[in-house]
Design a protein around this ligand. Structure first.
Ligand code: FES
Ligand code: FES
Length: 211
């Protein structure tokens, strides 16, 4: 049995040791909180090519790609609908693939190439997909339209590349450009005006098929 003084010493040592452990485990969060308070938000410099032009941006690391495009580069063709990945209004093409720009941080795209609706065509020289949307009234208010068009351009590439969708029956065969395929692949782009039939007609025409 230890003497009572030994026990008291051991107990005090344990308490001191535990307190030191707690201090060590909590120290990083205290330090990072103090650093954040002292230094403000973490910033980062990225280089991104947008519509063929390289930009060097100093950004708060929390900035989404959508906000970088709209607020920093003033490319407001890309729309913010839900800001939660639910509507598709913010769709842009990054490195050849369509993404929701509200769901990705700009700093994740250092060195990437981004195409927005402004980079597809101009009113004088529209992209074939833009011209087809105009011809087939593929919109009413137009708010979802930039995202719809960027998505539609990428959809045709996906079909051309043989990427299957949920409704592709034969995964070993090249997907066919059917209405079911187009509606499934465009299902992430919501149109509150309900222009879906006209959108399918426009994409079908842009693909060089009979609407
Ligand atoms: Fe990005 Fe709605 S704004 S999905
Ligand atoms: Fe109005 Fe699609 S055209 S939301």
């Amino acid at each position: 049995m230890p003497a009572s003084s030994d026990f008291a010493l051991s107990r005090r040592g344990l308490i001191v040791g535990s307190a030191a452990s707690v201090a060590l485990t909590t120290a990083p969060s205290i330090v990072s909180a103090q650093a954040a308070a002292a230094g403000g938000p973490a910033m980062s410099t990225i280089s991104v090519t947008v519509n063929g032009k390289i930009h060097h941006l100093d950004l708060d690391t929390r900035t989404t790609l959508l906000d970088a495009l709209r607020e920093h580069l003033h490319l407001t063709g890309t729309k913010k609908g839900c800001d939660h990945g639910q509507c598709g209004a913010c769709t842009v093409i990054v490195e050849g693939r369509r993404i929701n720009s509200c769901l990705t941080l700009a700093v994740m795209h250092d060195g990437d190439s981004v195409t927005t609706i402004e980079g597809l065509g101009t009113p004088g020289t529209p992209h074939p997909m833009q011209a087809a949307f105009v011809k087939h009234d593929g919109y009413q208010c137009g708010y979802c339209t930039p995202g719809q068009i960027c998505s539609a351009v990428a959809v045709l590439e996906e079909i051309e590349d043989g990427v299957p969708s949920h409704v592709t029956a034969d995964l070993m065969a090249r997907p066919r450009l059917t209405e079911a395929e187009l509606r499934e692949r465009m299902s992430g782009n919501i149109c509150r005006c309900g222009a879906y039939s006209n959108i399918v007609e426009a994409i079908t025409e842009a693909a060089g098929r009979e609407a």
